[in-house]
Design a protein. Structure first.
Length: 734
């Protein structure tokens, strides 16, 4: 085994601390009272439904993983166009991603009833239970992510000992377990999103619009399925999603570090590989500080609640900004000051995107209030206003990411915008470090996101258990806050995906170079000379494959990438529509055929609605998820390396913008309805209320199915391209 920098050992220590604290928060939550017998009964319904769905989902995903692992094994051991470690790395990536989602959802289903019960006493009590339960998800994701990275780094270091090539081989091999994480995340996001929105749309259309009964009313047969869906979509799905973002940013930056500093000493190369891991490890400790700072007072306004959460996340962000200087200085990194500013750039970009998302989706601000006001003239104007707001809301995130890319590149290059070979490599490393900076406080930022569905389920429990107006008012406040934090979390996840995907784009180039070297291929450099693929710079690579805007392969690839984002959204939106239609028919049937439901004298058949959502999700998630894997493979075989680079760039640009638009439109529609329900524009049951319910229903698949799945799509296409680089190169030789 080669010498490993001592700071590396902070990584496994931080992962153990994160998992230990996650267990501590889980045990603390379990010790609180779950409430009345009725509250326990409702929580048990949801818990059983969520676990039953997850079990079914994992069965389907298991089959997909076995098929893909066999394919990778064939490529590695028969065709010899794949690294022999890939099948195993792929499986562990998927396993840990699924495990993170499972632990988070298990916690959420136990926490919602306890949050409702705590809200019977105080708003602060409900906030603490929900937020610290959400912190379990955040800490499990970062803990398992760093644990997986540490294990693979130590294992591969024992097998690869050539100082010239070891770190490049190790880091590019580790990147492949990101494909396992991305594949699992996509199935979790798409399947969970279809499940939850089929139930939610069905419950809203028949319950609130047609039968004129409140949200989460126990008389509504789809209520339990709706609450189950919040967990499988926004907890298990989001956990798997950000697990792969977190690991992808660290691993792609480590791979870029191994390449950017290849001309330096082996020791400097090792430090560049360790740096993103160390920053993420320190981020865990600082996230814990932020988690303990979150608290509020009774009767707090929405802005006060938002400030209480912002305090924790902002303190953690400021501390990691300071810590970045210390970490990179202690590693003795070249240009450590510039790289530290790259980290700060990523952090700042994450905060700005979060604040912009909050502005466009919280009903404390004008855009969402205007959508509520549009409800006075009908559902059509609500939908038009919401779509317009979502489109406008893309400006700040896109400009922020653009500025972050340029600034992080400049900082890593000593504040010079050079396009020489070495400068490009160092600049790309700076962009990767910025992505790590944005995700370094994921322990607390994911806690604020996972808090949302817990608060939502707590409100449902309070309504179904008939806890009274005061308790429901508190849970409504927590729920409205959760809508905003969920929208902010989605914006944050999408923003981090953009930087991570860009770093993965550079990693794809390195993987192709490795594949070409092993195939004995050469590259024509910018001077017209023939050089070994391993010695080629990025400009040499671009020159050899004619990667420029005049190459039709690049242009066609870019069009296919942009189309893939829209195709994926269309398929998932239609899937929700078909599943929701079945749910509407079933709820109407029960209202019609089961006497006494609407009078509260008979119990609805909750299980039938849960079954409809489960079957629909299992069936509908397969085609969109498999297409995300097939498209980059087919593009590589037909259009070659240049086409794949165009595909990834087109998918990144279109996918990022479309994802922001859909997530923000959906969040704004949801909170516009909440704003009316608080007594504005006629309050509950008014004409404006029914109009905003329609807007919320349209926005459900926007914000919880199609939109958040896009950030996984753009990263999964990058990961598949990296894993299949050997096949693409081998096919081009035939």
């Amino acid at each position: 085994m080669m010498n490993i920098h001592p700071l590396f050992w902070l990584v496994p220590v931080a992962s153990v601390v994160a998992l230990t604290m996650a267990w501590y928060f889980f045990r603390s939550m379990m010790k609180t009272d779950e409430g009345t017998p009725r509250m326990k009964e409702i929580a048990l319904y949801v818990r059983k439904g969520a676990m039953a769905y997850l079990k079914q989902q994992y069965k389907v995903v298991f089959i997909v993983f076995i098929v893909l692992a066999i394919l990778f094994s064939f490529m590695a051991y028969v065709l010899h166009v794949q690294n022999p470690w890939v099948p195993f790395a792929f499986l562990t990536g998927g396993f840990f991603s699924g495990l993170a989602g499972f632990f988070g959802m298990k916690t959420a289903t136990y926490a919602s009833g306890r949050t409702a019960n705590a809200a019977r006493k105080s708003l602060d009590g409900g906030l603490k239970v929900a937020f610290r339960s959400g912190a379990v998800m955040g800490l499990v994701v970062v803990g398992l992510g760093l644990l997986d990275i540490a294990i693979w780094f130590l294992l591969l270091n024992a097998f690869y000992t050539d100082e010239k090539t070891a770190l490049i081989t190790i880091t590019t091999t580790m990147l492949t377990f990101g494909m396992g994480a991305s594949t699992q995340a996509l199935f979790a996001r798409v399947g969970g999103g279809i499940y939850t929105k089929a139930a939610d749309v069905g419950a809203d259309i028949v319950g609130k619009v047609e039968a004129d009964i409140p949200e989460d009313d126990p008389r509504n047969p789809a209520t339990i399925a709706d609450n189950v869906g919040d967990n499988v979509g926004d907890v298990a799905g989001m956990g798997a999603d950000l697990y792969e973002s977190y690991c992808g940013s660290i691993l792609s930056t480590a791979a870029l570090g191994a390449t950017a500093f290849i001309s330096s000493s082996y020791d400097m190369q090792m430090r560049a590989v360790i740096a993103p891991m160390a920053i993420a490890a320190v981020g865990i400790f600082l996230s814990l500080i932020g988690i303990f700072l979150v608290r509020t007072k009774e009767g707090a306004s929405m802005r006060s609640l938002l400030k209480s959460l912002s305090l924790g996340t902002n303190v953690s962000a400021v501390l990691i900004a300071v810590a970045a200087f210390v970490i990179l200085w202690s590693l003795g990194m070249e240009n450590w000051i510039g790289l530290s500013f790259s980290v700060i750039t990523g952090l700042a970009a994450g905060v700005i995107i979060g604040q912009a998302t909050e502005y466009y989706t919280s009903h404390s601000y004008k855009p969402t209030k205007d959508i509520s006001a549009a409800g006075q003239t009908g559902a059509a104007t609500v939908i038009i206003k919401g779509i317009g707001t979502g489109m406008i809301s893309t400006c700040i995130p896109v400009l922020t990411i653009g500025i972050a890319i340029i600034l992080s590149y400049l900082c890593a290059n000593g504040f010079e915008l050079e396009l020489e070979a070495a400068s490009i490599s160092h600049g790309l490393y700076g962009i990767g470090i910025a992505a790590v900076g944005m995700l370094s406080t994921l322990g607390i930022t994911l806690a604020t996101d996972a808090y949302g569905p817990i608060a939502d389920n707590a409100g449902g429990n309070a309504e179904m258990s008939e806890l009274g107006e005061e308790v429901r008012h508190r849970t409504d406040a927590l729920d409205a806050l959760g809508n905003t934090t969920a929208a902010t979390g989605k914006g944050f996840a999408i923003g981090s995906a953009a930087l991570t995907a860009l770093a993965l784009l550079a990693s794809y180039i390195e993987e192709v170079k490795i594949a070409m070297k092993e195939a004995g291929q050469t590259i024509v450099n910018v001077s017209g000379q023939v050089v070994n693929a391993a010695d080629a710079t990025i400009p040499d690579f671009m020159n050899h494959f004619q990667v420029n805007l005049m190459n039709p392969r690049v242009l066609v690839g870019a069009f296919i990438g942009a189309m893939a984002a829209f195709l994926f959204c269309g398929l998932t939106m239609e899937a929700v529509g078909r599943a929701a239609q079945k749910m509407v028919v079933e709820v109407r049937r029960q209202f019609r055929e089961i006497a006494g439901i609407l009078e509260g004298k008979a119990t609805p058949d909750y299980g039938r609605c849960v079954e409809i959502s489960t079957r629909a999700a299992q069936h509908e998630m397969i085609v969109p998820s498999v297409l995300a894997i097939i498209i980059p493979i087919a593009t590589g075989l037909i259009l070659g390396v240049a086409g794949v680079l165009g595909l990834l760039l087109g998918g990144l640009c279109a996918g990022f913008t479309l994802a922001v638009f859909m997530a923000n439109s959906g969040g704004a529609w949801d909170n516009a309805k909440k704003n009316v329900e608080e007594g504005n524009f006629g309050g509950k049951g008014s004409f404006a209320h029914k109009a905003t319910i329609v807007g919320d229903t349209v926005g459900d698949p926007f914000k919880d199915t199609s939109g958040p799945s896009l950030n996984i799509l753009i990263k999964l296409m990058s990961m598949v391209s990296i894993v299949m680089a050997g096949l693409t190169v081998a096919w081009s030789l035939l």
